[in-house]
Design a protein around this ligand. Structure first.
Ligand code: GLC
Length: 434
């Protein structure tokens, strides 16, 4: 495609809000990453760190006011003998996910790679091997995009300026002021390692900005400079920030936590929706990091419907797994990955590379769109008919999968559909060819 034409298309696709960057300033590599990201629709989030060893979720240290020095002793016992990056990547690919977002360093402050910037890292454990290296090699081998989660806040370091969490972790000299220059330089050196030593990184996914959202004097995270560093090191790398705000300058995607865009059931998503590619992150059970008592997994049907509803908003679903301390995915998570993969194998056409369909209530009737096809997703087997106002009479109406009974009629700009959805169908998809 001619360059000017592709620029125009992308400029129209991602009409950016006033606060965000303008499409003109984006290099072609990033424009194509944004398109690839928007088309992917499904990724897997992995929360794995020292916290996994305690089996209490990734907020354990601060929720229980644990002395960070005592907590750090878990590193002396970290030995995930069953970690197998090839198995992880195979299972993730088998689910139909197009990318994986891995926690390189979470709020606890422990780095899951061979960083030179601090000894509090995976190499200083009895395991002593770089898990990120293994994961990135395997992603490249099997063709899966690697994204990296990176925490802005830190509950262990003395130089991190204290915010509103991690106040009871018994650091010796930490203060509100901290030593920001030192901490900021530390983060940027770590990000430089991540972006120069682990091959192409699809996205840096920041989290923790909100730690300072109650400061009396607004906290300056110096994001512009940090984002510029990332974009300079890898012009194709996207930047996202889970700050629960409308995107800031320099961000390439908009993230929603535990809600599809436009909904706010979890209380973290009142922000307006930008025209950037969107992503909703959600847990498979209740917690992000491994929690031993948390067996409250969403069913395969619920997860498929969540993916469909998210696609119906034009967003990606980033679905989380909290690996066990031994390095394996929990069995239930593996079984959910398989179910999703099976479903996407049949229905993927109505999900990948689609945009929001603009028809339906978003709950039981959801729609996605690609080219001249409108995909109508019926998420309840008790529905029997529906009327849709359409600009013109469709050329053809048919079930995407299987052959449930379906009849249609057209009158005065309204398409009337009658159908009998087989009992226990997770999503009956009707293709309306315009
Ligand atoms: C929240 C939590 C964090 C988790 C993230 C994932 O920001 O603080 O633990 O990693 O959500 O979306």
């Amino acid at each position: 495609m001619n360059k000017f034409l592709s620029f125009l298309i992308v400029a129209v696709l991602f009409q950016l809000p006033a606060r965000a960057q303008t499409a003109q300033s984006l290099p072609p590599e990033r424009i194509s990453s944004m398109q690839e990201f928007a088309d992917a629709k499904f990724g897997i989030f992995i929360h794995w760190g020292l916290y996994s060893m305690f089996g209490q979720g990734e907020w354990y240290m601060t929720n229980q006011d644990i002395d960070c020095h005592e907590y750090a002793k878990a590193a002396n016992a970290f030995y995930p003998h069953a970690f197998d990056a090839a198995k992880w990547v195979k299972a993730i690919k088998g689910s139909g996910a197009r990318y994986v977002t891995f926690t390189s360093r979470h709020h606890e402050g422990f780095s899951m790679w061979d960083t030179r910037q601090s000894d509090y890292n995976i190499m200083h454990t009895p395991y002593g091997r770089d898990v990120l290296r293994q994961l990135s090699d395997e992603c490249q081998r099997q063709g899966l995009r690697l994204h990296l989660y990176y925490s802005h806040l830190d509950w262990t370091r003395e130089d991190y300026p204290l915010g509103r969490t991690g106040l009871g972790t018994k650091r010796k000299h930490a203060s509100k002021k901290g030593d920001w220059a030192s901490y900021y330089a530390f983060m940027n050196r770590q990000l430089t390692e991540l972006l120069t030593q682990y091959g192409p990184i699809g996205c840096i996914w920041f989290d923790g900005w909100w730690d300072h959202d109650e400061d009396s004097i607004p906290f300056d995270w110096q994001l512009d400079e940090q984002y510029a560093l990332i974009h300079r090191l890898q012009p194709a790398c996207l930047v996202g920030n889970n700050h629960h705000q409308t995107p800031f300058q320099g961000e390439d995607i908009q993230i929603f936590e535990r809600d599809v865009p436009g909904e706010n059931k979890a209380g973290l998503s009142g922000q307006s929706i930008s025209r950037l590619p969107l992503e909703t992150c959600q847990t498979m059970n209740g917690m992000w990091g491994y929690k031993v008592v948390d067996q409250d997994y969403k069913s395969a049907c619920e997860l498929v419907r969540l993916l469909v509803r998210t696609s119906g908003k034009g967003a990606n679903l980033l679905l989380n797994i909290g690996p066990q301390p031994d390095g394996q995915f929990p069995d239930t998570a593996l079984s959910r990955l398989e179910s999703l993969g099976h479903w996407l194998g049949l229905y993927g056409e109505s999900i990948y590379a689609t945009t929001a369909g603009g028809v339906g209530d978003g709950e039981t009737v959801v729609s996605t769109r690609k080219g001249s096809c409108l995909y109508l997703h019926l998420l309840s087997d008790s529905l029997t008919s529906i009327d849709l106002s359409l600009p013109k009479k469709p050329r053809k109406v048919r079930p995407l999968v299987g052959n449930f009974s379906l009849s249609s009629s057209w009158r005065n700009g309204v398409l009337h559909l009658d159908f009998a959805i087989p009992h226990d169908t997770w999503d009956a998809v009707i293709v309306i060819e315009e």
